[in-house]
Design a protein around this ligand. Structure first.
Ligand SMILES: Cc1ncc(COP(=O)(O)O)c(C=O)c1O
Length: 450
């Protein structure tokens, strides 16, 4: 609160001319609301976590009452959308449902007017059932299941991607009226999850594919690409946009009237402005304003919106006879086969923090954080999932000031992307966990009726 007031105090209109003042005003307002929104979010997330863990007594609760749970901040999804609109005003996002098909996230984004990138019949059905018009969906899977193609043809979901000749023949047979996006190969070497090994037509094959599409009487309406999920090199976007322009020109020569470029996903919260800047410049350089630009962001929208809380269900003491000190293996009720599947599949490194120990809660305080590696202080822990598999380890080594025991809680932030969607039931543990929703933005509250 003190910092928020300071930001407002700096917002004095006296010594700027009119236009300059406007810029400064917006800048300070942005800073103020961003900061204030984040403060409110922390408060609400902390309250939700605290209330839930205080309501559970692990000594007497029913089986599963102490299960892992999420706190989802819809306000954070809303803020990410506003940030998108500010930095990429020309690009309409089609949220990649696969990243986190949370129904409230979909409902909010539907209310905000985004489109949706779906990979399967179930995702398309989920989005259609929310009342979203089929024209706001792209079936962005270049290698589709026959029966799903028949399904989308019946539902009127026309937009879909392809990247090979067999798929074109499939579409010609099952859905000749489809609106096709030719997905091209990208340099995804800077990304966390590379996709180009599996998908994307190389530039030396696009000419033949367009010729075949024309011969089959199909309707190619755009080009798509994906620079890899968790991409870190903005130049990958620039190169992909240049390549897409080459394919647009090829397509025009075959008589196709291409209207849309789909720049895929690959955006992350921490590098977004930099990526957006390069992408925006490339788009303006290569694509005139009458070309529609869409994107398929997933991680960007949801990663920071979800926090997970996990209970310590068992502890093993490891004595070190040389030092006389004890370290601990802490076993929690979620792991690599559950919501921490992101460690395996998404190359993530979730960071444990102490939520509560005994009767005290530490959320968002210095005592929640692990001690720096360099300081040989506190107590050392390794953190393990609940299954019988030895690879089910979340953290190899972390030090906390407190001695943690069974019944205490840990939390992990930034757990919204590629987490619960790829959880399994291995060893009989649940793959579906409660989400407590909060909403730290009035704009999102209005849409969600909170
Ligand atoms: C076709 C497609 N579009 C969009 C995405 C979402 O990517 P991201 O989460 O990096 O934005 C993916 C992720 O794998 C994808 O395969």
């Amino acid at each position: 609160m003190v910092m928020a007031t300071a930001a407002v105090d700096r917002f004095q209109p006296t010594h700027f001319d009119k236009n300059h003042l406007l810029v400064k005003k917006n800048y300070f307002f942005d800073q103020y609301y961003q900061h204030n929104g984040a403060l409110i979010a922390k408060q609400l997330i902390g309250d939700a976590l605290r209330q839930r863990v205080e309501s559970i007594d692990h000594e007497s609760c029913e089986p599963g009452d102490e299960d892992t749970f999420f706190v989802g901040d819809l306000g954070e999804v809303y803020r990410q959308h506003m940030r998108w609109k500010k930095n990429l005003p020309r690009v309409k996002p089609f949220y990649a449902v696969k990243c986190n098909p949370d129904p409230k996230v979909i409902q909010l984004l539907a209310g905000l007017g985004t489109g949706f990138d779906c990979a399967s019949k179930a995702e398309i059905e989920q989005v259609l059932n929310m009342g979203v018009d089929p024209t706001r969906i792209i079936y962005a899977q270049p290698c589709k299941t026959n029966s799903y193609v028949r399904y989308v043809a019946n539902q009127g979901v026309k937009q879909m991607t392809f990247d090979n000749a067999d798929e074109l023949r499939k579409i010609a047979k099952l859905f000749p009226d489809a609106e096709l996006f030719l997905r091209i190969l990208t340099d995804d070497s800077s990304s966390l999850c590379r996709l180009s090994l599996k998908f994307g037509a190389s530039l030396d094959s696009t000419d033949d594919l367009l010729a075949l599409a024309r011969d089959l009487g199909l309707n190619v309406v755009g080009v798509s690409f994906h620079v890899g999920s968790g991409a870190s090199d903005p130049l990958a976007f620039r190169k992909a946009v240049q390549d897409a322009k080459t394919v647009f020109d090829q397509a025009y020569s075959y008589g196709f009237d291409l209207k849309t470029l789909d720049v895929g996903g690959g955006f992350s919260g921490d590098t977004f402005e930099q990526m957006a800047h390069t992408l925006r410049k490339a788009l303006d350089e290569y694509f005139p304003p009458h070309i529609n630009i869409i994107a398929e962001p997933g991680r960007y929208y949801v990663s920071s919106a979800f926090t997970i809380a996990c209970n310590i269900i068992a502890r093993r003491t490891i004595e070190n006879p040389a030092t006389g000190e004890a370290s601990y293996m802490a076993y929690i009720n979620d792991g690599l086969y559950g919501n921490f599947s992101s460690i395996m599949f998404d190359h993530q490194h979730p960071v444990a923090k102490v939520l509560s120990s005994g009767m005290r809660t530490y959320y968002n305080t210095p005592l929640a954080d692990g001690l720096p590696e360099s300081v040989n202080a506190g107590i050392e822990y390794s953190i393990w999932g609940p299954t019988c598999d030895g690879i089910d380890r979340i953290t190899e080594s972390i030090r906390f000031a407190q001695e943690l025991d069974v019944g205490d809680w840990l939390y992990f932030e930034d757990m919204g992307a590629y987490t619960k969607c790829s959880a399994t039931k291995f060893n009989g543990f649940s793959d579906s966990h409660d989400v407590i929703y909060i909403c730290s933005e009035p704009g999102a509250r209005a849409i969600m009726d909170f």
